[in-house]
Design a protein around this ligand. Structure first.
Ligand code: HEM
Length: 501
């Protein structure tokens, strides 16, 4: 633009300068005013958020930043591989039994120690009920399903015992054994090096697909498995449902899994109603036949939500334990030797081809202790949440109705008061009467305790039997770092070198 035209448009040079100066000052002052108002607002929220109502003797602790609370520190300590520090620091600073914080946007009290666990687990449905962050509810329950997670689990308790009772578990031994053998032959034997974490996930997912809904086709299993990473990432994400966010990806991935599930459920329902198929004893047939108090069957979408929830509850948890059994056995040759001896004895008593049975599982006493010690040191689930349904007092402090409570495995599993030399990997802790009650809680406790604990142990022991009787192994990265996100993950997926026995 020429100078003449510019001058005509803007007036003389001086008036242009005055105008620009006035405009800049205006902008500067308005920004100052805006920042002033904004910071006072944040300050007021901060004061309000952390204020301590005089009338209630709330537990000690601080709630951190508005909205975020102390979530950033909670998450970042896990990512640094030290999730128990969040609890330990506050136990030292405030109280060894409980402290106040804010997580998932909620007023929260963290209960610590064996007596706090006992109090919480025995007051389920009296003072507290199970609660999950809204992200989990939104992803695991479809918009077409009108129930919430509390309703969901109540219904679940109606058909799940049938699927998980000891007689049913006995029937799964051979299926799990068969699938472990198949997995090892297909994915482990042909290689001298493998990454343990993805392969363990493959095994537990295949077992779940087979035993939950009789799906064996590997392409179909892969179609289910593929969206799971996004679902898992969405579960504990920031609850902003906007294209591109982890939460949004989680919701869409869960919908894709439901779309895969619905035709399977429909087909099985019609085969069952036409009596062309007998109930197979898998989870899906228990669900299709289960009725509520009024004799009403579940809708297809309700069943799809429940299978999705169970795939989530069972798959990453169990595969994490398998991964860490392999991780710790590589580091502890004496423990490995004892596991090998126990498993070889079982194998020799049967010959190479014969499948495992329920009696064999009962003989795996030492290996079971190893699995327990892994569950203590690398628990796949950090704990769970409850919602307070009426004001109550614990350890002299009041916890108001509506507040959330978090119990954490880290408040006991690594406390030297309960476990001598807590960092030491020592399966002998589980010999005899084992740890004190309410100190070893990888599956929770009370009425909401994980109903799949024995299913998981079975699946893990069967895989370990097949692995140790075929291979020995070495870690490729001896000091591979472990992060907690929130489950423990070896950052390189635990690459190992394999050699046949
Ligand atoms: C090593 C593997 C597993 C671990 C560490 C684990 C851990 C947990 C924990 C800590 C809870 C929360 C308990 C509470 O709210 O107090 C839970 C709940 C649950 N788990 Fe597991 N779990 C595992 C495997 C499984 C398996 C294999 C299944 C199913 C076959 C399963 C099904 C469930 C269900 C349905 C719930 C909800 C129970 C309710 O709210 O009433 N879990 N699990």
């Amino acid at each position: 633009m020429s100078k003449a035209i510019y001058a005509r448009l803007t007036g003389s040079g001086f008036s242009t300068f005055v105008l620009c100066f006035a405009f800049a000052m205006n902008l500067f002052l308005s920004s100052l005013l805006f920042l002033g108002v904004l910071s006072s607002f944040i300050f007021l929220i901060f004061i309000f958020h952390n204020r301590r109502p005089n009338s209630l003797n709330l537990p000690p602790g601080k709630k951190g930043w508005p909205v975020l609370g102390e979530a950033v520190e909670f998450v970042s300590l896990g990512r640094k591989g030290n999730p128990e520090k969040f609890i330990d620091d506050r136990k030292k600073k405030y109280s060894s039994e409980l402290f106040k914080t804010s997580l998932a946007g909620e007023n929260m009290v963290v209960f610590c120690g064996a007596s706090a666990n006992k109090f919480l687990f025995s007051n389920e449905n009296k003072l507290v009920v199970s609660w999950w962050p809204p992200t989990i509810e939104k992803i695991t329950i479809s918009s077409k399903n009108t129930t919430n997670t509390i309703g969901e689990t109540k219904q679940m308790r109606r058909y799940l015992p049938e699927f998980l009772k000891p007689e049913a578990l006995q029937r799964y031994v051979e299926v799990m054994d068969c699938m472990a053998r198949y997995q090892l032959e297909a994915e482990w034997i042909p290689n001298t090096q493998v990454k343990v974490l993805p392969l363990s996930k493959k095994y537990t997912f295949a077992v779940a697909c087979k035993l939950f809904m009789n799906v064996e086709d590997s392409e179909q299993v892969t179609r289910f498995a593929h969206p799971f990473t996004s679902v898992m990432a969405g579960l504990l994400s920031v609850p902003i449902n906007f294209p591109g966010t982890a939460f949004n990806r989680g919701i869409r991935a869960a919908n894709r899994i439901r779309e895969e599930l619905l035709p399977i459920i429909r087909q099985r329902r019609s085969l069952l109603s036409e009596k062309k198929e007998m109930a197979t004893g898998d989870l899906l047939s228990h669900m299709l036949l289960a009725t509520d108090e009024d004799g009403k069957f579940m809708s297809e979408m309700e069943i799809a939500d429940k299978i999705l929830g169970l795939l989530l509850a069972s798959h990453d948890t169990t595969s994490t334990v398998i991964t860490f059994v392999i991780y710790y056995l590589a580091d502890h040759p004496r423990v490995y030797a004892q596991v090998l001896e126990e498993q070889m004895e079982i194998r020799k008593s049967k010959g190479p081809e014969k499948m495992l049975n329920w009696d064999d599982i009962q003989k795996m006493k030492y290996s079971r202790n190893v699995v327990n010690e892994v569950l203590r040191l690398a628990p796949p689930s950090q704990g769970a949440f409850k919602e307070v349904i009426s004001d109550f007092t614990f350890a002299g402090f009041t916890i108001p109705k509506g507040w959330k409570v978090h119990w954490s495995v880290y408040s006991t599993h690594k406390d030297p008061k309960y476990f001598l030399n807590p960092e030491k990997f020592d399966p002998s802790r589980f010999e005899g009467s084992g740890p004190l009650p309410f100190t070893f809680v990888p599956f929770g406790g009370g009425p909401r305790m994980c109903p799949g604990s024995e299913f998981a142990r079975l699946e893990i022991l069967i895989f370990i039997h097949n692995l140790v009787t075929k291979f020995k192994w070495k870690k490729i990265i001896p000091d591979e770092k472990v992060i907690f996100d929130p489950a423990p993950i070896p950052v390189n997926d635990l690459p190992i070198r394999l050699a046949s026995l």
